[in-house]
Design a protein. Structure first.
Length: 354
């Protein structure tokens, strides 16, 4: 399979259908895929024969597990053919996400399977997000020295209470019921009915999408995160990572085991990533998507000039020793000035939209 096959575009009746087609890589986006996706979305938006657009992932494991982190790592380390990829990847990814968010026709993402990072970007920012019993949704970027981006400033801040902070700091994985509870998914459809859903959308009018989805809906059951809501809100209310860790350590009763496990998860993440993510959530509270993406692009370029992203990718993806040596190594060493630097303006390098 060549690069041209990595993303497949079809027109089925009234439906424009996009298939992310890298199942061996959990359908992770390459820059070329973003570059091929954007003009098709533009064309379909202007085509009166297309009533709606749907995007899905190939294979049995993932909708999309993110972006091509290895390629960005190699570019930043001078190992790839295009050193500018550390800027162009994020810039073009974020512009496509904005197009998805403002799309003038119904846009549906079938988030069947693993949905993380860039996969969340092209799904959670769209109008309809259809989860299945196999949905696994997470934003685990603090574990590779990055931060939850692709509009996470916008969509995580809109989760109930402090669940967005919990997801971004810990990398917690949500299933379908939790995604619906958090507003990250809009509908639940059993996986075995997705092909029939696509056929129904292909046969219908754009204005009927909500009705079509309602006819395919199912019940994913109770949302475990809802039962944990009070503890999450209590613990993650603090505006300092150190205070959150202290609150987790102080939890007792029914939430003690969850708090102990969550604290252990946070301990393995990049201290810098945790602190800049929490600042990001505070600064970006109430941001519309465009402002969120502009903030995140600024942060991304400072991360690309730092150390932890490359060390995190080395440890988790390249060498797979699972032993990242974060620098700074502790939260105490990540002072306010260090955090401030990740939000410094980029001058002419800021993200813009057409």
């Amino acid at each position: 399979m060549g690069a041209a096959d990595d993303i497949v575009f079809e027109v089925r009746g009234r439906l424009g259908l996009v298939t992310l087609n890298r199942p061996q890589a959990l359908n992770a986006f390459t820059l070329d895929m973003y570059r091929r996706f954007d003009p098709v979305l533009r064309a379909w938006a202007a085509d009166p024969a297309i009533a709606a657009v749907a995007v899905r992932g190939a294979g049995d494991r993932a909708f999309c597990a993110g972006g091509d982190i290895r390629a960005i790592y190699e570019a930043g380390r001078g190992l790839g053919p295009d050193p500018s990829l550390t800027a162009s990847f994020f810039r073009e990814e974020y512009r496509l996400i904005r197009r998805v968010h403002r799309y003038p026709k119904p846009y549906l993402a079938l988030i069947d399977g693993i949905t993380m990072g860039g996969g969340a970007g092209v799904s959670l920012n769209g109008r309809y997000r259809v989860a299945t019993e196999r949905t696994v949704l997470a934003m685990p970027e603090t574990g590779i020295g990055l931060f939850p981006d692709v509009g996470a400033t916008h969509f995580l801040n809109r989760c109930p209470g402090r669940i967005g902070r919990y997801m971004g700091l810990s990398g917690a994985r949500l299933r379908a019921a939790d995604a619906l509870y958090c507003g990250l998914a809009t509908h639940f459809v059993p996986r075995e009915r997705l092909d029939a859903l696509i056929a129904a959308l292909a046969a219908g009018e754009g204005g009927d999408v909500a009705a079509v989805l309602a006819g395919f809906g199912g019940d994913p059951g109770a949302a475990p995160v809802a039962a944990r809501q009070a503890a999450i809100d209590r613990v993650f209310a603090a505006d300092a990572v150190e205070a959150i860790l202290a609150a987790l350590a102080a939890e007792t009763g029914d939430d003690a085991d969850w708090a102990r496990q969550t604290r252990a998860e946070l301990a393995g993440k990049s201290p810098t990533s945790q602190k800049i993510f929490l600042r990001q959530m505070i600064l970006g509270h109430g941001f519309e998507l465009e402002a969120a993406l502009m903030l995140e692009y600024r942060m991304s370029q400072h991360v690309m000039a730092g150390l932890d992203f490359y060390e995190g990718v080395r440890a988790l993806i390249i060498d797979r020793d699972q032993r990242p040596a974060w620098r700074p190594a502790t939260l105490a060493e990540v002072d306010a000035a260090t955090v401030d630097a990740y939000f410094a303006p980029l001058g002419e390098g800021e993200l813009t939209f057409d």
